[in-house]
Design a protein around this ligand. Structure first.
Ligand code: SAM
Length: 246
């Protein structure tokens, strides 16, 4: 703008940023008010996990998972990062009755609590594999209609090749917490040294899931940011105008 000093334009920018943030927060609150309820048992489990500081999926992510379960009607689900079993039990509650769920957790205490919670829900179709996903993933066989990635953020990129191997055509990969409270947008220099590696690896991960020709990915602002990827179907069919592959 003519006549603007650097100081003024920075003030303008900050005001605009604050206004956008406020709109974003209001939209989140509004959208959350429209979310469908979860079962009372899940609500109790969610409350307990939050009180104990266990990082679990946010309400919006739960809503997204519930929608995906209706769309996909999965027969097999894989989760990486069980914590105390809240999201696995959300999937167990809303997936078709015969759906098998495999979930991986490396923290001994959390895995033990998750087992107790699975017993309480009578969730026999959930199998908890205890250990590091990096070692467990290569051992898994068959494919999973839905894979929920919710473990250490810096590890996603390491898990990706195995995860893609385990996804059938049309299979869905949901990766949670990919925006890190918006930090992912910042330059690496404005991120604390401790978080710099995670920041770099998450950026690499988002580039990889977006650019891998086997996947179709969309980044959502859901929860703390979710990347929704679908393994693309091979398109053999052609139409009169030519090959549909692109
Ligand atoms: N999905 C859970 C929910 O919403 O109820 C929350 C999972 S929590 C955000 C992430 C969990 O992943 C932690 O309990 C952590 O111990 C586990 N984790 C992190 N890295 C892992 C790895 N390499 N292998 C297995 N588990 C891992």
């Amino acid at each position: 703008m003519a006549g603007n000093t650097g100081h003024e334009s920075m003030t303008d920018y900050l005001e605009k940023f604050a206004a956008q943030r406020e709109i974003g927060e209001r939209i989140s609150v509004f959208a959350e008010s429209l979310l469908t309820e979860q079962s009372p048992e899940l609500r109790i489990l969610e409350k307990k996990a939050l009180e104990e500081g266990v990082p679990i999926i946010r309400p919006h992510t739960r809503g997204l998972i519930q929608c995906l379960l209706e769309m996909l009607a999965p027969r097999r689900i894989l989760e990486i990062g069980t914590a105390v079993g809240y999201s696995a039990l959300v999937m167990y509650t809303y997936a078709p009755e015969a759906c098998e769920i495999i979930t991986i957790e490396r923290d001994e205490k959390r895995a033990a609590e998750a087992r107790l919670n699975f017993d309480r829900f009578g969730a026999e179709r959930i199998t908890l594999l205890e250990g590091d996903a990096a070692a467990i993933l290569p051992e898994l066989e068959g494919t999973f209609d839905l894979i929920f990635m919710d473990a250490a953020k810096g590890q996603y990129i390491r898990f990706l090749p195995e995860v893609i191997r385990l996804l059938p055509e049309g299979g869905v990969l949901l990766s949670d917490n990919v925006l890190k409270e918006g930090e992912i947008l910042e330059s690496k220099f404005s991120v604390t040294r401790r978080n710099r590696t995670i920041h770099k690896r998450m950026r690499e991960y988002l580039a990889e899931v977006s650019e891998d020709p086997r996947l179709r990915t969309i980044l959502l602002e859901t929860g703390d940011g979710a990347a929704l990827s679908v393994r693309r179907r091979s398109r053999e069919e052609t139409i009169e105008t030519g090959d549909l592959r692109r």
